[in-house]
Design a binder for this molecule. Structure first.
Ligand code: ADE
Length: 254
């Protein structure tokens, strides 16, 4: 997959050299190209922003500079253009999966009060454009959001996670885990500071372990993210598990 990022802080993306993403790049699975937006600014100060029409605080990024940068980076091609903004649609695991199926993504993170909106109108008509938010809070710029999205997407690319590891059991993974949080995990020793590993995990009984994991995912989701649970998608065994948490007086939501 090719990923281009145009930013006034390309150095912000140094973490892409590390760990899973560093390896994916070394293996050629991920081809990340960073571009300094100021290279498309031609005045002495390499100015990329200006005061907002209509007044108000902060600065807005200039459309000509973004336009020239995007045109040069895409050439004749047509990547999916992703603009991070707190006013975008929510970035979820489903969106990460959608992006992982694309051959080419172009990220355009803004600083200041954002990019002149005509840039989104222009490229929204020429490319598939998404304005995306990584959560209901405001960052100082879109760069951290781009790092988050690249990591979520890159780990889904074939060959990035080790063979033994799979994304299908992740929280939110489509399928059985779609609306569930993953439950707790344990490793050796079996007793640590008096805390025991749940016995079923030591039993070697795969069916019982799978059921236990599912029950714990349900329990955790009901406790921490009750809005995720959609009854229609739960099996009879799931509903029975939920009823028994309630009967046991577990602090779960109705
Ligand atoms: N830029 C600033 N805040 C953001 C957010 N929450 N998501 C995406 N981009 C942003």
């Amino acid at each position: 997959m090719r990923i281009d990022v145009i930013s006034i802080f390309p150095e912000y993306f140094a973490p892409l050299d590390v760990s899973l993403m560093g390896k994916a790049r070394a293996k050629g699975i991920l081809d990340v190209r960073l571009h300094q937006l100021r290279e498309w600014a031609h005045d002495v100060h390499k100015t990329v922003d200006d005061t907002p029409y209509g007044g108000g605080p902060g600065m807005v990024m200039k459309p000509e500079i973004w336009g020239a940068a995007i045109d040069d980076v895409i050439g004749e091609g047509s990547p999916r253009l992703v603009v991070p903004t707190p006013s975008g649609r929510p970035f979820t695991q489903a969106v990460a999966l959608e992006y992982a199926a694309e051959p080419w993504l172009l990220f355009a993170p803004a600083r200041y009060e954002g990019i002149d909106s005509r840039v989104m109108i222009e490229y929204g008509s020429r490319l598939r454009l998404d304005e995306v938010s990584i959560g209901d809070y405001v960052l100082a710029g879109g760069e951290a959001a781009v790092l988050v999205m690249i990591e979520a997407v890159a780990r889904l690319l074939p060959g990035v996670l080790g063979n033994a590891v799979s994304a299908v059991d992740d929280s939110f993974a489509p399928g059985a885990m779609e609306n569930l949080l993953e439950g707790p995990v344990f490793t050796k020793p079996p007793v640590w500071r008096g805390h025991e590993v749940p016995e079923v995990l030591l039993s070697g009984h795969h069916g019982k372990i799978a059921r236990w994991r599912r029950d714990e995912a349900l329990r955790r989701t009901l406790l921490k993210r009750p809005e995720l649970i959609e009854r229609g998608e739960l099996s009879a065994a799931d509903l029975k598990a939920i009823a028994s948490f309630r009967a046991d007086g577990d602090p779960v939501a109705d």
